[in-house]
Design a protein around this ligand. Structure first.
Ligand SMILES: [Zn+2]
Length: 249
């Protein structure tokens, strides 16, 4: 088997552990190289997801985040170093990811994703990863993904519990979360264990690799819930809501 037509010698060596996997191999690695992936939020989940997707050789990574790196981010946002404090997250991320894999084109966008720009940002992407912690952004991402038929890998964490799901068409994220929960918590208020961000962010990257390479059974229409304190995970099926504000009839 020869990958030389599509890959340089450097790439063949870099991606050797993917290329020998039956479920990825040359075609899967080629699909990764051809993919354009949007990561919304370079936070606890976006950081490990971006590292693994850059390492995996995704062709184009668009990273959207308006924040600057704060010292309190470093407990879990492994993309950044102490020296990055005060720097725009997407700029620090671009430097770090380019150092990891120069084959990947990193497109940093120092903006908040909103209803107004969601369609422009998501249009042309093959896949979106959302690891943001506010529901207005999540709703805007989901609506744009549904409208443009782009698959969404969604992750969330708080305290010791995390969840990850994949949405492609129906059911959509809004079927799972119809309205902003009145008791919505933020990690800033209730805390989160750093390594949990690594576990869930890495699972988001893993689902992305599966979707792009066509490997296995993605979490499409399902939600994996991980209870870190109990060290237990369960996966539940998400029902399509016929009255969903986004994808309902
Ligand atoms: Zn829906």
């Amino acid at each position: 088997m020869s990958f030389s037509a599509q890959f340089s010698d450097e790439e063949v060596e870099r991606y050797a552990r993917h290329l020998v996997l039956r479920e990825i191999g040359g075609p899967g690695q080629q699909a990764l190289k051809a993919a354009r992936v949007l990561i919304v939020g370079a936070g606890g989940l976006g950081a490990p997801a971006a590292l693994y997707l850059a390492a995996a050789g995704v062709g184009e990574l668009v990273i959207v985040d308006a924040d600057i790196v704060a010292l309190s981010n470093l407990q879990r946002q492994v993309l950044f170093t102490t020296a990055d404090a005060g720097v725009a997250k997407v700029e620090a991320a671009a430097v770090r990811l380019a150092a990891l894999n120069a084959n990947v084109s990193i497109i940093p966008i120092a903006q908040m994703l909103t209803e107004a720009n969601a369609r422009d940002l998501i249009g042309g992407c093959d896949l979106v990863l959302d690891g943001t912690d506010d529901f207005a952004t999540r709703f805007a991402v989901n609506a744009a993904c549904v409208a443009q038929d782009v698959a969404l890998v969604s992750g969330a964490i708080g305290r010791w519990t995390g969840q990850v799901g994949v949405f492609a068409g129906r059911p959509c994220y809004r079927c799972l979360v119809p309205e902003i929960p009145p008791d919505a918590e933020t990690c800033a208020a209730v805390g989160v264990v750093g390594a949990l961000a690594g576990a869930i962010g890495s699972m988001m990257a893993l689902e992305a690799v599966k979707l792009i390479a066509g490997a296995g059974q993605p979490l499409t229409g399902r939600l994996l819930i991980f209870d870190a304190l109990a060290a237990e995970a369960r996966t539940v099926r998400i029902g399509a809501d016929p009255h969903c504000a986004v994808c309902g009839g």
